[in-house]
Write a protein that binds this ligand. Structure first.
Ligand code: FAD
Ligand code: PYC
Length: 416
């Protein structure tokens, strides 16, 4: 670093960075927009970006009650993969993964995508059979997936315990090598900056408190910053979707649950892939800072509190040590929770609603971060064309009355 740049950096830091440009504007909301997206998480911001970029919609606002990415987008454990069982899901999640693969370039913002591989461990004969069916189904959709035996698991993860003398011995694993992690805030910030550059108004600290509907059509929104008229409204509010839909008189088949995670103190590089185990109920990866990022299942009760309960932590730690006894003296640094919106079939709802001009994108449950660009891309198409894209056409609200469910409980991995 030159002397000039060191001084310049210090001067900017001390002067609260007057020369650093804001990544996006902070406009007051206008009285009317063509499209309003409710929810400034990754999915809402991606929707706004693709509406502007792919469909030329120019008069768009994203309304966020708190700060960008302050919901589940900034609280998740950043796992990305597309190893889903059913064709419908495989196509949608694979579209998202392919968009992720070019996203840093697309947004000119480093999202720190690291395709380090995601392993799903299996611990009994039933899981082995289920895994081999799943791997074949995934490959039939042209998505990478491999089976590893016990020794191959050890070769991938030298620190794991493959002893047969434990409660749940490891028999093998599936691996998606193109899976991995990406920096979650960067995904939100990258989409926000790129959407703002295309004229999207991103309004933080603006809570939607009511939805105006007349003659079966959406007319606008009531917010903590006044009334805003809108021709079309997209609800993208994750754990709060049921509350928002109820403002338009809709009842969703959604349950909101806390999902928590934690990180350890930083340690030297010890784990260079993502490991998940459904049977013992834990998953982990190591961050670039060296912390182990560790998660488990949802809390069993419904809640809108962004925190989880202690018994999950206790069983999560037990599961972690079963797989990695050498982590027994590691100290945990932080723990947090988010509110996830879970559908009965563990698949999302992305489409139209019975109210004209009102669209919904929710139900991603414990696994929507990986879908962010694909979800935004398909939802933008749905709003712009007033009909779903082929990729999200199966993920309707009506499937809960027609029975055309897409049961992805197995693919939802540890968290459900
Ligand atoms: P959010 O990021 O939650 O955005 C919704 C926004 O709507 C919020 O910012 C909220 O403040 C706003 N909002 C709500 N109500 C209103 C209102 N009335 N007015 C205005 N704004 C409102 N997924 C993965 O794929 N991989 C993982 O590894 C993974 N790990 C996870 C770990 C944890 C602990 C949690 C909690 C979730 C995890 N997920 C994971 C799930 C993933 O985080 C979510 O599915 C995804 O982030 C949802 O994105 P979103 O943009 O829809 O929601
Ligand atoms: O969907 O891969 C996932 C996931 C990992 C942790 C939570 N969800």
């Amino acid at each position: 670093m030159t002397r000039y740049s060191i001084f310049s950096l210090a001067r900017n830091a001390l002067a609260h960075r007057p020369n650093w440009q804001r990544a996006w504007r902070s406009p007051d909301p206008r009285p009317a927009y063509d499209v309003v997206i409710v929810g400034g998480g990754g999915h809402g911001l991606a929707t706004a970006y693709y509406l502007a970029k792919e469909h030329g919609v120019s008069n768009i606002a994203v309304l966020e009650k708190g700060w960008l990415g302050g919901g589940n987008t900034g609280r998740n454990t950043t796992v990305i993969r597309s190893n889903y069982l059913w064709d419908e899901s495989a196509h949608l999640y694979e579209k998202a993964l392919q968009l992720y693969e070019g996203l840093s370039q697309e947004l000119n913002f480093n999202i720190m995508l690291s395709q380090r591989g995601v392993l799903n461990l299996v611990h009994n004969e039933h899981e082995l059979k289920e895994m081999s069916r799943r791997v074949r189904a995934i490959r039939l959709n042209g998505i990478d997936s491999e089976i590893l035996d016990r020794q191959a698991v050890k070769a991938e993860i030298p620190v794991i315990n493959i002893s047969p003398q434990v409660r749940y011995p490891i028999l093998g694993a599936s691996i998606q090598r193109r899976g991995g992690v990406a920096r979650h805030d960067a995904v939100a910030w990258g989409f926000a900056r790129a959407a703002d550059a295309r004229g999207v108004d991103i309004v933080q600290n603006c809570e939607v408190t009511g939805i105006d509907v007349a003659n079966g059509r959406v007319r606008g929104l009531q917010t903590s910053r006044g009334a805003i008229a809108a021709k079309q409204v997209g609800l993208v509010a994750a754990g709060h979707s049921s509350l928002l839909a109820a403002m338009a008189g809709l009842r969703l088949p959604i349950e909101s649950h806390p999902l928590q995670a934690m990180v350890s103190e930083p340690i030297k590089p010890v784990l260079d892939c993502v490991v998940m185990s459904n049977a013992v109920h834990v998953y982990l990866s190591q961050s670039d800072k060296g912390e182990l990022v560790i998660g488990a299942g949802i809390d069993g009760y419904n809640s809108y509190a962004q925190r989880g309960s202690f018994q999950i932590i206790e069983s999560q730690m037990g599961a972690l040590l079963e797989l990695f006894p050498s982590f027994s003296r590691l100290r945990m640094l932080r723990q947090w929770g988010g509110i996830v919106d879970v559908c009965p079939d563990a698949s999302p709802i992305v489409g139209k609603t019975p109210v004209e001009g009102l669209y919904i994108n929710c139900g991603w449950g414990t696994g929507g971060f990986k879908a962010t660009p694909g979800s935004g891309w398909a939802f933008a198409h749905t709003i712009a064309q007033d009909r779903p894209h082929a990729l999200n056409a199966p993920f309707t609200l009506e499937r809960f009355s027609t029975g055309a469910l897409i049961d992805e409980h197995g693919a939802a991995a540890v968290a459900h």
